[in-house]
Design a binder for this molecule. Structure first.
Ligand code: GDP
Length: 182
């Protein structure tokens, strides 16, 4: 099974999920790691992580992805949360403007605690809720361009682009890491 801990891998990467509470971080991760979606909102307490093995360029990569919805309430964990992380999915909810406005603060935190080379993918989640959308696709795209990060809209509920968002992040981490190794 792909999630086996014993399986030999060529690379082990740590990546993190960040963004406001209830934007869908836990569900994005469970979609990616277990192909599950939950309708209950269970605020994550502390930190959880999941593994998934994927093949990129013929190499087996084990991605260890950390999730915390409790970031705002557990500030003490911030530096250990970021430590060693090579990538981040920065998530907002396309139906809640405040979660988009918070991105500025998250980006600041990323620069403060993250490594300078960290791969960031901006993710506008809940794209299935088109009728309640308040953040335009174009708004996400412009911010991503400005910040020079990748961008994707996803739906953890309908499983749209979720795989693509994680794979984009993992592939870019791989490119940077393998390049460094020579
Ligand atoms: P977190 O706090 O950022 O980890 O958010 P959760 O993953 O716990 O999700 C918060 C709420 O949003 C839950 O009720 C989820 O069912 C819901 N949710 C998450 N992703 C989506 C999505 O893509 N579409 C819709 N319609 N709801 C979602």
């Amino acid at each position: 099974m792909a999630n086996s801990f014993d399986e030999e891998c060529d690379y082990l990467f740590k990546a993190i999920l960040i963004g406001d509470s209830a934007v869908g971080k836990s569900n994005l991760l469970s979609r990616f790691a277990k192909d599950e979606f939950s309708l209950d909102s269970k605020p994550t307490i502390g930190v959880e992580f999941a593994y998934r093995n994927i093949r990129v360029g013929g190499k087996l990569i084990k991605a260890q992805i950390w999730d915390t919805a409790g970031q705002e309430r557990f500030r003490a964990i911030t530096s250990s949360y970021y430590r060693g992380a090579l990538g981040a999915l920065l998530v907002y909810d396309v139906t809640r403007r405040s979660t988009f406005e918070s991105l500025r603060r998250w980006l600041k935190e990323l620069r403060e605690f993250g490594s300078p080379e960290m791969v960031v993918v901006l993710v506008g989640n809940k794209s299935d809720l088109e009728g309640s959308r308040v953040v335009k696709l174009e708004d996400g795209r412009s911010l991503a361009q400005l910040e020079q990060v990748s961008f994707m809209e996803t739906s953890a509920k309908d499983n749209l682009n979720v795989e693509d968002a994680f794979i984009e992040m993992i592939t870019r981490i791989y490119e940077i890491t393998s390049h460094k190794k020579g």
